[in-house]
Ligand binder design. Structure first.
Ligand code: PEP
Ligand code: MG
Length: 574
């Protein structure tokens, strides 16, 4: 029998494939006394040997598919399984204490993991995760369970997980994963944003019902509407295969807008830029004909590794992006760590409210060494294209001044060293806090541009955690309160001759674009896959007409009223 689940559509697309469940929580083996110690020791040895065969197979597949660097991890796993500190010690526990193999291995491994985690050395701390992985693999063998990792996929699959961190998402095996579903999360959680930049169908916040879906179940994922159909009927399969084809045709049709200008029906030019998280996203931005990059989330450079990226490493990434964009503007945002974005190798104090804590510019001003390294890399890269530096999460003027002071110090230092820096380097801020929106007139005096970060601006204005699906109903980009804030920011900047963009998810939302155009937004920055649909939509809109309609929307009393108004209007124009 087929059944239907729903969640939040996070990244559009339709996928039909088998489910693959990523098990996050696994039980801790309990101590059990056994009779036959020799047989138990044999059991453990056999499980280890069998795990080694599996790992070696994965190593070979990885080597072939992803190259030697990615395969190294599995060489390390094989090496660990031969380590007497782990395996001999576990066998000795069975012999000495007569305990079951699962418990003996887990207990020895847990002591090793604790010791590794308390080390000063980053590399050694990282090894704890490897010890855990191989221990789980052997325990799964002992218990007759399959051990799954992304690297074992050899067929198309839709991934199911309780939640995915941004670094999990970054490691998805794009050869086989056709989409993902998480039980937690919202449209603006970072895994959702990553999915959009990977152009991967994704539904998030599907709730605990999704936890019943097993590896091997056939699934239709309609991420355009947030539907998940498990074990579909033949009719449903036919229907969705057709819809999938149609969706893919539409995506192709949009491609005719790649080389066209971003201009409205009444000849007003705007900029449609792309959001990226790293070099890998560049191809999609270029292929979708974006007018520039409106947000480079540099924190992704710092993730999925064990040490901070050096100035040199950052410089070469920023330079590469600027060169590839060939004179188009690239807005690079300085490090925005904190909230749901953590670095495993950076020990930060536990916070009660990470989204209200030491994140983004607050962290950078606290850890000036990190900030200065990044600024130096950016300043050096500025000579290679049209760079704009953007500071995230500014709340008050003094934070902006402090960030600019440090930037200026690094600029002077580099100039004294004879390093070339672009003479026309723009410096701007994100408007993500209500405080910044309300002080936009003051802030506008001291920046070249604003970019409105609605993902955070909405969460802080509504006091609703963007990661918490129970309050996701308050994520209301079309609510007149949010539109009024956007208007306030644009007017404040306009008076001072500064440009305003938006790089939150709202900027790529087809039912928000007409209003934003009407309110006078100059630059819209979105995931690459939204650029062409946005360009096609803009070509049908009149800026003059929407300036009038947007003002009407400002005095409405709910998001629904605004949405109905916009959709009716768009329908009548079609
Ligand atoms: C935002 O807050 O709107 C934004 C673009 O930043 P991030 O989603 O990375 O917090
Ligand atoms: Mg933000």
């Amino acid at each position: 029998m087929s059944h239907l689940l729903t969640g939040v559509p996070a990244s559009p697309g339709i996928a039909i494939a088998k489910a693959y469940r990523l098990e996050m929580e696994e039980s801790i083996p309990q101590r059990k006394e056994i009779e036959d110690k020799a047989a138990e020791m044999r059991r453990l040895k056999e499980a280890i040997e069998s795990a080694k065969v599996d790992i070696d197979r994965i190593r070979e597949q990885t080597l072939e598919r992803l190259g030697p660097k990615k395969a190294e991890i599995f060489e390390a796993h094989l090496f660990l399984l031969d380590d007497p500190e782990l395996t001999d010690a576990a066998l000795a526990r069975i012999e000495r204490e007569g305990v079951c193999a699962e418990f003996a291995l887990y207990d020895v491994a847990a002591a090793i993991m604790d010791a590794l985690r308390s080390m000063d050395n980053e590399m050694l701390r990282e090894r704890a995760a490897d010890v855990e992985d191989i221990t789980r693999r052997v325990i799964n063998k002992l218990e007759g369970r399959a051990h799954h990792t992304f690297s074992e996929l050899s067929d198309e699959a839709i991934l199911f997980a309780k939640d995915l961190t941004p670094s999990d998402t970054a490691q998805l095996n794009m050869d086989y994963i056709r989409g993902f579903v998480t039980e937690m999360g919202s449209r603006t959680s970072h895994s959702a944003i990553m999915a959009r930049s990977l152009e991967l169908a994704a539904v998030v916040g599907a709730g605990t019902d999704a936890s019943h879906i097993r590896t091997g179940d056939t699934v239709i994922l309609d991420a355009t509407s947030g539907k998940i159909i498990v074990n579909p009927s033949r009719n449903q399969m036919e229907d969705y295969s057709e819809r999938k084809r149609k969706y893919e045709d539409d995506v192709l049709r949009m491609k005719s807008y790649v080389d066209r200008p971003s201009v409205t029906a009444d000849e007003v030019h705007v900029e449609l830029a792309g959001n990226i998280g790293g070099i890998d996203d560049l191809e999609k931005v270029l292929a979708n004909g974006a007018d520039g990059i409106g947000l480079f989330r540099t924190e992704f450079l710092y993730m999925g590794r064990s040490t901070f990226p050096s100035e040199e490493e950052q410089y070469s990434v920023y330079k590469h992006v600027l060169q590839k964009m060939n004179g188009k503007r690239v807005v690079i945002r300085t490090l925005d760590i904190g909230g749901d974005k953590e670095l495993s190798y950076m020990q930060l104090p536990q916070e009660m409210n990470p989204f209200l804590g030491l994140r983004a510019i607050r962290l950078c001003l606290d850890r000036e060494d990190l900030f200065r390294t990044q600024l130096r890399a950016l300043l050096r890269a500025s000579a290679h294209g049209k760079l704009a530096i953007m500071f995230p999460m500014i709340s008050i003027l003094s934070e902006l001044r402090e960030a600019k002071r440090i930037l200026n110090e690094e600029r002077i230092r580099l100039e004294q060293e004879g390093v070339m820096i672009a003479s026309e380097l723009e410096v701007g801020i994100m408007i993500e806090t209500p405080a910044a929106a309300l002080a936009a007139d003051l802030l506008a005096e001291e920046v070249d541009f604003f970019s409105i970060g609605t993902n955070d601006l909405i969460q802080y204005t509504m006091a609703a955690d963007r990661m918490n699906e129970s309050v996701s109903y308050l994520y209301q980009p079309h609510h007149p309160v949010i539109l009024r804030m956007v208007q306030l920011v644009i007017q404040a900047a306009d008076h001072r001759g500064k440009w305003v963009g938006m790089c939150g998810e709202m900027a790529g939302d087809a039912s928000a674009i007409p209003l934003l155009l009407g309110l006078g937004l100059h630059e819209f920055s979105m995931s690459a896959s939204s650029v062409l649909p946005a360009r096609e939509l803009l070509s049908r809109l009149s800026k003059q007409e929407w300036s009038r309609l947007a003002v009407e929307a400002l005095s409405m009393s709910s998001q629904q009223e605004v949405l109905d108004f916009v959709n009716n209007q768009l329908r009548s124009e079609a």
